[in-house]
Design a protein around this ligand. Sequence first.
Ligand code: PEP
Ligand code: MN
Length: 281
Amino acid sequence: MTNRLVLQTMDDPGTHPVQISPRQSCGDSNLWIVAGPCAVESLAQLEQITQTLLQHGVTSLRGGAFKPRTSPYSFQGLEEKGLQLLHQMRQQHYMTVITEVMAIEQIDLVAAHADVLQVGSRNMQNFALLKALGKIEKPILLKRGLAATLDELLWAAEYILSEGNERVILCERGIRSFDPETRNVLDLGGVAVLKRQTHLPVIVDPSHAAGRRDIITDLSKAAIAVGADGLIIEIHPNPQKSVSDANQALSLEDFSDWMEEIAPIAQAMGRSLQSEAHLVA
Ligand code: PEP
Ligand code: MN
């Protein structure tokens, strides 16, 4: 059997940082912070969010343009228009944009508008998509499937690496369990295990794990403490009006508090929060 590319080796333990943009990487002493709406809704929404992020030195913006919804009757995303709005944030504010790609046919379009292509939980084992993403020159954020084992996540990442794209970042976003109090169960033990097994950076999405905004900060602190290389969270100027995942979005005021609350934990773990990207830009 050939060696698994995603695994750490004895002579080279630890994390290999992944370059996200010319000025930013994930997996080093800087904690990678990504925030934004579940779905891109309007220019005004992205502008407001971007301004808040920049006030905190956060330069990575998430937002879904192609949305994988449980019901085909739910809002499916602004699609190409959403990508254009995200791209506008890149051009006008030098934001690093992270957005989901759901199908092979969308890869070129999404890659033309975004810095990091996200593979959502529901597509973690879409092997044809993973192989195709292995052939492009953009970093991939690979989210753990709702009921995938850690080993299955690592094999999914292997599909991308084996095709030549080594820039993969893993994301723990909660796994299905029996208790409806939270949408999913955030597997922080899994993060600790991954950090020992793979050299790929591992970030945590407490928003989709929790499904409720009141515990996002607690989960975020725990994720940093367990060794996560970054956090991706959902925020919205008016969370109640969010077209998707309204219950888990933080308001912009909440986001400021969140940044303040996680800062001492990051510091205790030897991680800085300040991105330099906006200073250069
Ligand atoms: C998302 O990040 O927008 C998303 C749909 O997440 P997940 O694939 O983890 O459910
Ligand atoms: Mn969402």
